[in-house]
Design a binder for this molecule. Sequence first.
Ligand SMILES: [Zn+2]
Length: 374
Amino acid sequence: MDLSAIPLLDQHAHNLLKPEAADRKPFRAAFTEGYHSDIIAHHAQHTFFFRRSLREIGQLLACEPTEQAILTRRSQLSLEQLTAQCFTGANMEGILIDDGLLPGDILPLDWHQQFVPVQRLLRIEMLAEDLVTKATSLDNFLAQYRAALDPPPADVVGLKSIIAYRTGLDVQPVSIDNARAKFAVWQADAQNGWPRMVDKKLLDFLLLHALELAAHHQLPVQFHTGFGDPDLDLRLANPLHLRPLLEDHRYRGASFVLLHASYPFAREAGYLASVYPHVYLDLSLAVPYLSVSGMQRTVRELLELAPFTKLMYASDAHQIPELYYLAAKWGRTVLGNALDEAVRDTDLTADEADEVAEAVLHGNARRLYRLNTV
Ligand SMILES: [Zn+2]
C-alpha cells in the first residue's frame, strides 16, 4: 500500500538542536544510540541504518550519497531551509514534542511551529529537577510538584517518564518517611550543583504521584521502554515490569504509552496492549533505527496480538531534521507492507487495511491526546 498521502501525527519526538550545538556534534552521532567516541569514530557509519540513510538523504537533498557530500550540501542550506525540506518530505499534520532532552542546546517549541503544529509533552523527572533547588522541604516541594501537574499546563497533552533510564520500570510503592530521608540527600546534592535525581525511591515516589494526577486528568503518560543509549539497563526497560502499575485501579484513568516499540520486547508490549485497555504502543526509534527487515518484523510483532487502535506512528526524531524525514518514509513503508501482508493472509480486507493505516498514522493519536487537527 502507498501511504504517502496520509499526513502523519508524530506522537513522540524531540526538539532540533540549535545550529551552534549541532556544529559541536558529528553528523553521524545522530544515527546511533551509542555515545562512546569509538562508536562515533569507528562504528556508527557501518550500520544498515546509516548506509541506507545516506542514499535517502542524498536523494532528498539532490547530492551524492556520501557523508562528505551531504555535509557539504547541508552547509549550503540554512537550518530553516533544511527543516522545511525534511518536514515537507515527511508530510506531517503535527508533532508531540518532549522538550526535556538536552535543555539549553535545543530550539524552542515555537521555532518548530513555523513548519508544523506542535504540542508539548512534559517530562516529569525534569520538572522535579527544576523544582528541587527552590523547595524548602519535601512537603513544600510536593506542593509545587503537584501544582505544576494539577491541572497540567494548557499546552501539555501528555506526560513523559524516563524512569527506565534511571532505575528501571520495576516501580515500587514508597512511604513518605522513606521519601523524606532521600529528599534531604537529593536536595543537598542539588544545592551543590547536582540536581540529577538518581535515587530509586525518589524516582518511584514521584512517578506514582504524577500517575495519580494523570489518572485524575485522564492524561496519557509516555514511558521510555526498550532500547536506548547505554545510560539504560535494558533488562529493566522491559515493559512487563509495569504490571503492578497496570493492575492498580488508582492509575486506570491514565493511559500508559509504551515508547520505541519496547524493542526488543515488541511482543511483550503487544501482549500488554491486548489485555490492558489503557496501554498504547508506538513505533518510534525502532523506526527508523533498525534494518528494513528489523522494522518490518517489529511492526508485525506488535500487530500479532495488539488491537490496531493501540498502535501509533512516532519517530523519536531529535537533533537533526533528517530523522523526521527518514522515520516518516520508513514508518509508512513498513506499515504499508505489513498491511499488504495482512490482506494476503486474510487477516484484513483491503478496506479494513485502509482503516488501519489511517488509525496508526494519525487517528489513534488524535483520539488519545484529544487533538482537533482535522
Ligand atoms: Zn524520545
